[in-house]
Design a protein around this ligand. Sequence first.
Ligand SMILES: [Zn+2]
Length: 270
Amino acid sequence: MLVGRGKRPIVLGIFRGSRRSHILKQALLPADVWSWLVKDHPILEGLSLDELARLREQSTLFLHEKIFEGADGLELTDGMREVIAVQACLPILNLGAEWYENWKTVVVVPDVFIEEHTEFDAAGVAHEWDEDNSGESWDTGPVVLSWKDVEASGWGDGYNVIIHEAAHRLDLLDGEVNGRPALHEGMKPGEWLEVFSLAYEDLKGKAGRKKRRLKIDPYAVEDDGEFFAVTSEYFFEQPGVIRAEYADVYRLLCAFYRQDPWARMSAPQR
Ligand SMILES: [Zn+2]
């Protein structure tokens, strides 16, 4: 399914465009902060100078346009916000900020949340949860992240709570979290469904044979939405794993995200 973009009134688009260029002129992430962020995130390895420049701009806009809230006693610092922003923007590097238009708020809690919480989103809808969670995302409500899990993300080991929740948000853009995000023109929904279903069943089978050591977190076979979110984590964190295990899934993720992390990470370093 194609995303109904480009329907925004022209005047609003022009206004937003000029506001964004003002932010980028006045408040672009400073060079020292940016170079620290790049060095601290091995998953950014191999990005070209042009891609890094765009990621810096997108991260700057993300910091300005999203609401960040600390909860359960967590005091958010600028550094924490920046670490989240840069990783959240990696999946949309070649998609564009409009893919996160339904994502307004990031709530950060200290650790996996185990208590019962109630949160009201911008529409006044109460959201409750009471299970162990490192990240959570509802409709157009907040994305909740555990800071402990954010700290464990971005190291190139296959785990990334920010990319996981971001993938759910991208998946939701066409109305439902079902592992089938809105595809670009030329991509075939039938092929996506077939390739992802085959890989899902294969991993489910392997997860059932307990002695086998899995290369991919078996949480992926909770449901189709989780499969897309978890394979997206590997796609950006350990692209070689997903490419070797499920080459067609890797190929379709390259087409969807319009990136090839394996190629850039395995290219000789500049
Ligand atoms: Zn999930």
